[in-house]
Design a protein around this ligand. Structure first.
Ligand SMILES: Cc1cc2nc3c(=O)[nH]c(=O)nc-3n(C[C@H](O)[C@H](O)[C@H](O)COP(=O)(O)O)c2cc1C
Length: 389
């Protein structure tokens, strides 16, 4: 696990062939720990070429915040806010810490993380291993407030009041978060995904909007959903978010999607039968279809973050055309290393140019419009009053 390309720079070509098999030979979680430690020690710049400045076409303003490019590392990589700045230095347009739970907890028994090399995929059943919110907050307090760093919030396994845990997260993280993600979609905490049910979700989000307005007015509040939702559940969630958005403040975005409990036919790796959430290449198609549906169901008026199986600039571009304003990836980084972030940024700029889009914003949701790119609707600004396409 971790970035197996982490030590692949041109500057140390003689070490790479030695260390990459070593990373592979390590248990997945140990490899991840090594990677995070290396990033924390400042070795990220050794692993990937220093990123070039972002071309202006990749920049966009969402929720009043400027994102220099739309590419971020997905939640779960930096659960305890150890390396948000190292990720930004690798060229990410934003970083996301978490999922963090209010109190520390160990998560599930090991082994709980599996690399599916033959499928470009990972299965995890980590179960919200977290050092707890206090540790995250201390780290966020200590960092310079440069770049956009979101906080992904969860609930403790033994908590009897899930909503109280999320509200606690929003209140305590307050002004330290540049945005919040409410994670109700991890498959590894029993009952968590039930929070996506219409009435429960509506109540939870109402309480969270209230808490956010009191503790951190103006901080965007996003909800992260599962890819394993049936048609009615998809419509329900879109409906709840749109409904919340009718007032002066509401839910500001949806992250589509978390890992899947489905096991698509054709998986070849030995670990494919492990329990947990599957991520990576097999998740790309279903999560992109879901993204497009959520874009359509919300009228393109709620910014979406497209996640699931992105492994190239073309994949990221497909998410953007399907309706994502921002994209995130994790699993492909495990196999390709952090240089992938720069490749995606460069490739995205090229794809925009090829298709005649002046900016990322103009390409968002392009697949849903019949108009030529030049006449495509402008990007949504972050709230429902923005013109739907
Ligand atoms: C090892 C691992 C841990 C993850 N932990 C979290 C988490 O704590 N919170 C969360 O919202 N998503 C978590 N995810 C899901 C990712 O954020 C992402 O939604 C999913 O992996 C799909 O993207 P990918 O195919 O690019 O990996 C995790 C994924 C992996 C592989």
């Amino acid at each position: 696990m971790g970035f197996e390309g982490l030590v692949a720079p041109a500057r140390v070509p003689d070490l790479y062939p030695l260390i990459r098999p070593l990373l592979r030979a390590l248990p997945a979680e140990a490899a991840h720990r090594l990677t995070v430690n290396a990033l924390a020690a400042g070795l990220g710049s050794v692993a990937a070429p220093r990123p070039e400045p972002d071309p202006p076409s990749l920049g966009q303003t969402l929720w009043g915040r400027h994102f220099p490019n739309p590419v971020g590392v997905a939640a779960g990589f930096d659960k305890d806010a150890e390396v948000p700045d190292a990720l930004l230095r690798l060229g990410c347009g934003f970083a996301e810490t978490g999922t963090v739970t209010p109190r520390p907890q160990k998560g599930n028994a090991k082994p709980r993380l599996f690399r599916l090399y033959q499928d470009d995929a990972v299965i995890n059943r980590l179960g919200f291993n977290s050092r707890g919110l206090e540790t995250t907050l201390a780290r966020l307090r200590a960092r310079p407030r440069v770049g956009i760093v979101g906080v992904n919030l969860g609930k403790n396994r033994d908590s009897t009041d899930a909503a109280a845990d999320y509200v606690d997260g929003v209140r305590r993280a307050g002004a330290l978060a540049d945005y919040f993600v409410i994670n109700v979609s991890s498959p590894n905490t029993s009952g968590l995904r039930d929070l996506q049910r219409r009435d429960i979700l509506a109540d939870l989000l109402r309480r969270l909007v209230e808490a956010r307005d009191e503790a951190a007015a103006g901080t965007p509040l996003l909800v992260k959903i599962a890819p394993d939702l049936d048609q009615a559940e998809r419509a329900d969630i879109a409906g709840v978010v749109v409904e919340q958005n009718r007032g002066p403040s509401g839910i500001d975005g949806i992250v589509v999607a978390n890992t899947t409990v489905a096991r698509p036919a054709g998986l070849r790796s030995r670990s494919a039968g492990e329990a947990g959430g599957l991520s990576g290449k097999p998740l790309f198609a279903p999560s992109t279809v879901l993204l497009g549906e959520i874009y359509r169901l919300t009228g393109g008026a709620v910014p979406l973050v497209g996640v699931g199986g992105i492994a190239s600039a073309e994949d990221a571009y497909a998410k953007i055309r399907a309706g994502a304003s921002l994209v995130q990836l994790y699993t492909a980084l495990v196999f390709q290393g952090p240089g992938l972030i720069g490749l995606i940024r460069r490739g995205l700029a090229e794809l925009l140019r090829r298709d005649g889009f002046a900016t990322i914003g103009a390409a968002v949701g392009a697949d849903h419009r019949c108009a030529a790119p030049e006449r495509a609707a402008q990007p949504t600004a972050g709230r429902l009053e923005a013109a739907p396409p």
